[in-house]
Structure formats: structure tokens, C-alpha cells
Design a binder for this molecule. Structure first.
Ligand SMILES: C[S@@+](CC[C@H](N)C(=O)[O-])C[C@H]1O[C@@H](n2cnc3c(N)ncnc32)[C@H](O)[C@@H]1O
Length: 274
């Protein structure tokens, strides 16, 4: 078999040029990944064509890197974003300060799990916890089950997906629910707009429909003293926080400059106000 010279069709230079012309900012890195993954010329050409047409690299490769781990990504499923690692840093910081009590068997929920990336990353951090995951999208559930083969991944609407016995028993919820206002989806990059299921993006008219519901409904599932970590955006952070400022929760906001992530930390009141 003759090696493909880098300037020839299917060679590295040619792929970089095609990717660059299509607007891929990290054309060299992407070309290297596509070449490594697709050894066969026809497969490689098809993969490059998909990328040039705007499909997310991770959906073409079938995997994404998240927090140093490789996570399987099925077509249509939300590609884990770097900023979501801010939730993991928040978990680490809370534990370091002794503010997150997770005894062996503590129930941890990756809600709106998508690929299950957060659950995968938490498994190595919290090997003694009982981690479960849930999502409303059946393709996301299928994807998360491949990434978390030994974890229960439930399908359903927010907390309703969980077992009734989990009520007021959950020690930690990590959740990156959709928060893009419906009207802004059309202005998102085509990678998201055309290739991620809209249920993974659409946060309702003001983007905050799910955040309101999580604040209201989460109080019935998180145990007293338990913690809920919710990704939001800088612009929406105060509004997100306002939904939790009731007698049920105490809250703070974490801005993680390293990954440009914003996380609401909500702790469930230990006692109901009378
Ligand atoms: C922004 S994605 C985040 C996925 C994953 N947690 C991550 O960070 O990569 C939001 C996820 O929430 C799910 N979702 C949307 N509405 C939901 C609902 N009502 N109940 C459960 N999951 C929902 C979507 O299917 C999608 O997988």
C-alpha cells in the first residue's frame, strides 16, 4: 500500500486546507484526529466531508474528551463542553472544605445526563457513591448507558425519571440542563443548531424554564443538607440563583475562570421553615 503524501487527497495538508476553508479553527488538530481514527481512505474522506458540512468533530469520531476522559458520543447527543468541568471543580472544592458529606453508598444523580460525561467523571472521584443518571432523550439515555455500563440510567422528565424511593434521599445532584432561550437557538453555530437535539439546548422562552423547575422540584428529592450543582451562564446566573432563594435552599455562585464556567451551588435546608 502506498502512503498518502500530505498534499494529496486524503493527505494531512489537503485535509487541513479543507477544514480551514470550512472555518474549523483548530484545523491541524482536527485533521490529526481524523487521520488517526480513519485509516481507510474512503472512510477518511467521508469523515472529512461530514466535518466540512458542519457536523461536530466529536459526533464524527464517536467520542469526546471530557475532564481527561474519553466519552462516547452518539449522533444528536449534546457534546460535553469544557465549561461543564466547572461542576467537577465545585465538587472537589466542596469536598476539600468538608462541605460535601458523601458517605459510602451516598446517592448521586447526574440529571439531564446527555452522554453521561459528568457521571463518568464523578465515578473515579466518588468510587463509593451510588451514582445514577437520567435524561428525557432516549438517544442520550442509550449513549449514557454505553458510557456508564454499571450505572442505572433512567429515561424521563427531570426528577420524575428517578425511583420514588429516592425522594429526599439524594446527597448530590449535578445538572447541566438546557438554558438557551428558544429564540437564540437559530443563532447558535450550525454544529449545535443542526446536529444536537434541540431538547438538549432549548431552555424555553427566557432559557430558564428548566432552572425554575429544578429549583421547585429538586427540593422534594435532595436530602436535608444535600447539594445541587447547576450549570448556568454568567448572564443568567442571578436569575437562576433567584429561583433557589427560598426557605428550601441556601445558595452561592461559582465563576470558574479556567474553563469559563458558572455554577450555582444550592444546599438543601436541613429543616423546613415553620
Ligand atoms: C445541555 S445538555 C447537557 C448534557 C450533559 N449533562 C453534559 O453536560 O454534557 C442537556 C441535557 O438535558 C436533557 N433534557 C432536556 N430536557 C430534559 C428534561 N425535561 N428532563 C430530563 N432531561 C432533559 C437533554 O436531552 C440533554 O441531554
Amino acid at each position: 500500500m502506498r502512503a498518502v503524501a500530505s498534499g494529496e487527497r486524503g493527505g494531512e495538508d489537503e485535509i487541513v486546507s479543507r477544514l480551514r476553508a470550512a472555518g474549523c479553527v483548530f484545523a491541524e488538530d482536527e485533521a490529526a484526529l481524523l487521520i488517526e481514527q480513519f485509516a481507510d481512505g474512503a472512510d477518511r474522506d467521508a469523515a472529512v466531508a461530514r466535518r466540512v458540512a458542519g457536523e461536530p468533530l466529536e459526533q464524527i469520531l464517536g467520542w469526546a474528551e471530557f475532564a481527561g476522559l474519553r466519552v462516547r458520543v452518539l449522533p444528536g447527543v449534546f457534546v460535553p463542553r469544557l465549561r461543564t468541568a466547572a461542576i467537577l471543580t465545585a465538587v472537589d472544592d466542596l469536598r476539600e472544605r468538608g462541605e460535601l458529606d458523601l458517605p459510602a453508598g451516598a446517592l448521586v444523580v447526574d440529571l439531564c445526563c446527555g452522554t453521561g460525561a459528568l457521571g463518568v467523571a464523578l465515578r473515579s472521584r466518588l468510587p463509593d457513591a451510588m451514582i445514577v443518571a437520567a435524561d428525557v432523550d432516549p438517544v442520550a439515555v442509550r449513549c449514557a448507558r454505553t458510557n456508564l455500563p454499571d450505572v442505572s440510567v433512567f429515561q424521563g422528565d427531570l426528577f420524575d425519571a428517578l425511583l420514588p424511593g429516592f425522594r429526599r434521599e439524594v446527597a448530590l445532584v449535578v445538572v447541566n440542563a438546557p438554558y438557551v432561550p428558544t429564540g437564540e437557538i437559530a443563532r447558535m453555530p450550525p454544529e449545535a443548531r443542526d446536529h444536537e437535539h434541540h431538547v438538549a439546548l432549548d431552555g424555553g422562552a427566557d432559557g430558564l424554564t428548566l432552572h425554575r423547575r429544578i429549583a421547585r422540584e429538586g427540593a422534594g428529592w435532595v436530602r436535608p443538607g444535600g447539594v445541587l450543582l447547576l450549570e448556568t451562564s454568567r448572564a443568567q446566573a442571578e436569575a437562576t440563583q433567584s429561583f433557589f432563594t427560598t426557605t428550601e435552599w441556601t445558595t452561592s455562585l461559582v465563576l470558574d475562570e479556567d474553563v469559563d464556567g458558572t455554577v450555582l451551588v444550592a444546599r438543601r435546608a436541613t429543616r423546613r421553615a415553620s
